[in-house]
Design a protein around this ligand. Structure first.
Ligand code: ARG
Length: 394
């Protein structure tokens, strides 16, 4: 590449970044009800910073509101009524893998909050400098290992974690080989190799599954962790990408009952539940899968409730989503939405979202974007991280 084109590319990048920054600051300051003078002053400051350094640094306030906007804009999330309550932890100062691990353990504890789950995001430094880029290799901070099995051992654990588990084992982590081994945190900084940190015993209070009427349900030996903390998406605010920004809400019961335990390529437990219920699995017409799904989902709601851990059922979540849409409309905004992700994976036609034929995805920013997981790209690929290329999982 000639000097000239490098230069040209750089100035194109600067121009693009300036316009993304301007759009964000304008929207953000308006929503935060700042005065016109405050906004103009900040816009001038940001333009100057980008001209001099090629980038700019968000204030704590901008980071907080920007992260909340990204949640509000996420077209796949049914729980967005509470977007404004997101707690934003500014961890941009964390520099080493140890410091990152410490901040992540704090996130787990703070979000769990003794069972009264708080929606939280921890934002680590931006991906501007690839040599210092922080990378969290986990898909979620808390998740179970998966073991594909071989001729002597049957498969065990969560198949969705097979690849990541193999990496952890290669790094020296050891699991029991069972169905519910909690995986360690895996972190790398820049081009350094990944390092693993175990979740301290007792930090995660798992919920054993029981059923309000079926007293033999615990025989299935099922349990789940209390907080889903997604850690493999990038947060993008005003032209700046944060490649490490794990966030959580609380669970909707179908995520666990229908998908994590029901999917044939996950724990695949519908046959075991049906057998416990004494259902006839020799024909589809007994609707044994539907009956197993229903009781599994009831067990999840019942068990979380009994353990004092926040959870929402899919009917309530769907009602809350409709309220979110109305709230957005009153603000003069349209709620972006992806129908196939918003309808719950049990009895979807019994929720108001089913008949909503106006839902559409809008290109909104700030936003969360998928990135290829570190397991897929390998550690050297810091350039990919910085760009955080869109990667669709479906
Ligand atoms: N569906 C994922 C799981 O079952 C969690 C995704 C985020 N869910 C949430 N309620 N915030 O682990």
């Amino acid at each position: 590449m000639t000097m000239n084109t490098t230069h040209q590319l750089q100035s194109e990048r600067t121009l693009e970044r300036t316009s993304q920054a301007e759009a964000f600051i304008t929207a953000c300051y308006q929503e935060m009800e700042k005065t016109e003078a405050e906004r103009e002053q900040r816009l001038a400051g940001v333009r100057e910073e980008i001209r001099l350094t090629g980038t700019y640094v968000h204030t704590a306030e901008e980071l907080t509101h920007g992260a909340r906007m990204a949640w509000r804009h996420n077209s796949r999330c049914i729980g967005r009524l509470f977007w404004h309550s997101l707690e934003v932890i500014d961890a941009r100062e964390a520099g080493t893998a140890e410091e990152v691990a410490e901040a992540l353990l704090h996130h787990v504890k703070h979000a769990y909050n003794g069972g009264r789950i708080r929606p939280v995001i921890t934002v680590f430094r931006s991906g501007e400098d690839p040599e210092r880029a922080i990378r969290i290799w986990n898909h979620q901070l808390i998740r179970y290992a998966g073991y594909p099995g071989d001729s002597e051992h049957p498969r065990a654990g969560d198949p969705a974690s097979d690849d990541f588990t193999a990496l952890c084992l290669k790094l020296g982590w050891q699991g029991s080989g069972g169905d519910f081994d909690l995986l360690p945190l895996v972190i790398s900084v820049g081009a350094e190799g990944p390092r693993w940190f175990p979740l301290p015993p007792g930090l995660v209070r798992e919920v054993p599954l029981s059923h309000p009427e079926i007293s033999r349900f615990p025989e299935l030996g099922l349990r789940w962790y209390p907080v889903p903390i997604v850690s493999d998406m990038c947060l993008e605010i005003g032209g700046i990408t944060y490649p490490a920004a794990p966030f959580n809400g609380w669970y909707m019961e179908t995520e666990i009952g229908s998908r994590n335990f029901g999917d044939t390529d996950r724990y695949n437990r519908l046959p075991a539940v049906a057998d416990l219920l004494g259902l006839d699995r020799s024909t589809n017409t007994t609707l044994w899968k539907d009956r197993a799904l229903l009781e599994l989902n009831r067990a999840v709601l019942h068990s979380f409730k009994q353990a004092g851990v926040s959870i929402v059922d899919h009917h309530t979540a769907a009602e809350q989503f409709v309220r979110f849409q109305q709230q957005e409309k009153r603000q003069g905004r349209e709620a972006s939405g992806k129908w196939g992700w918003l309808i719950p994976p049990m009895s979807p036609s019994s929720t108001p979202i089913w008949n909503d034929n106006k839902l559409r995805e809008l290109p909104l920013s700030p936003r969360f974007v998928y990135r290829k997981t570190a397991v897929q790209t390998g550690p050297e690929d810091t350039g990919q991280m910085r760009g955080c290329p869109f990667h669709s999982p479906d």
